[in-house]
Design a protein around this ligand. Structure first.
Ligand SMILES: Nc1ncnc2c1ncn2[C@@H]1O[C@H](COP(=O)(O)OP(=O)(O)OP(=O)(O)O)[C@@H](O)[C@H]1O
Length: 252
């Protein structure tokens, strides 16, 4: 083992129940800087509930969440976003009648803490425009800067959401099923874009597409019944008999 590096994000004994249903049972997990950490598990395993606690939509009943060693358990989603916890936007969060570039500008302004500004002065703000173009370039969408969002394919919209989540260079990005609803080609394209971020961005990836998970992840955590069954490299997870049992013959 290399010398311990403080994790970007640490979950410490998280517990969350809905009435009698325990959705998160004593989950403790460290997310390392620069890793793509996949969360997998059968339906109802508690993946969404755990992610919701990380970005702040849900409060755990017990346990703590630490970002760079600071306790953020009591912070609102907006306060966490300002500290660098970013979540992939849903398509509905895109301004559909605006251009790709305008959406990128708005995401950067929001991340900088400007609620609104005069559009004309924004258009003349060369550094801001350059940052927006750079953001689009990071996901290979700079050639589409002038296109209206409503004219984009489903896969392009997904990529744009992802680019917006990257605005402001977040400490960690929570990606909830980025492959959902994408065709085969679009899924491969998204996988390639995510692969380029390996080592540069810290990502928690919730995804049902096992090819994408095992192709992209540095480490995988398997949740079953709200509990961490195993955490390890893709090879370790693939070889783990408990994991194989949990998936009851599903082809990992
Ligand atoms: N708001 C809620 N009220 C009551 N029960 C809930 C609520 N949200 C989740 N649950 C329950 O908590 C458990 C975990 O659900 P969760 O959606 O987190 O699982 P998941 O792993 O994301 O599943 P999927 O892969 O199907 O999206 C399930 O038993 C679910 O029915």
């Amino acid at each position: 083992m290399s010398a311990a590096v403080a994790p970007v994000l640490a979950m410490d004994g998280l517990f969350k129940a809905f009435g009698g249903v325990v959705a998160t049972r004593d989950v403790s997990l460290d997310i390392r800087k620069g890793e793509i950490h996949a969360l997998i598990g059968p339906n109802g395993a508690g993946k969404t509930t755990l992610i919701s606690q990380l970005f702040g939509a849900l409060r755990p009943d017990r346990g703590r969440i630490l970002l760079h060693d600071q306790d953020i358990t009591g912070l609102s989603p907006a306060q966490r976003a300002r500290r660098g916890i970013s979540r992939s936007f849903q398509i509905t969060a895109l301004a559909r009648s605006m251009s790709v570039l305008q959406n990128a500008v708005l995401a950067i302004l929001a991340q900088d803490g400007h609620a609104f500004s005069f559009w004309r002065s924004i258009q003349r703000d060369a550094p801001l425009q350059a940052r927006a173009h750079e953001l689009l370039r990071s996901v290979g969408m700079h050639g589409r800067a002038g296109a209206l969002v409503e004219s984009l394919s489903h896969g392009e919209q997904r990529l744009l959401e992802f680019a917006l989540a990257m605005a402001g260079d977040p400490a960690i990005v929570l990606l909830d099923e980025p492959m959902a609803g994408l065709g085969h080609e679009e899924g491969l394209e998204m996988t390639q874009h995510l692969a380029r971020l390996k080592g540069k961005t810290t990502i928690i990836l919730v995804e049902h597409d096992m090819d994408a998970v095992f192709g992209l992840a540095d480490r995988v955590t398997v949740l079953v019944g709200g509990t961490v069954l195993a955490t390890g490299t893709p090879a370790e997870i693939r070889a783990n008999p408990d994991v194989r049992n949990a998936y009851l013959g599903d082809d990992l």
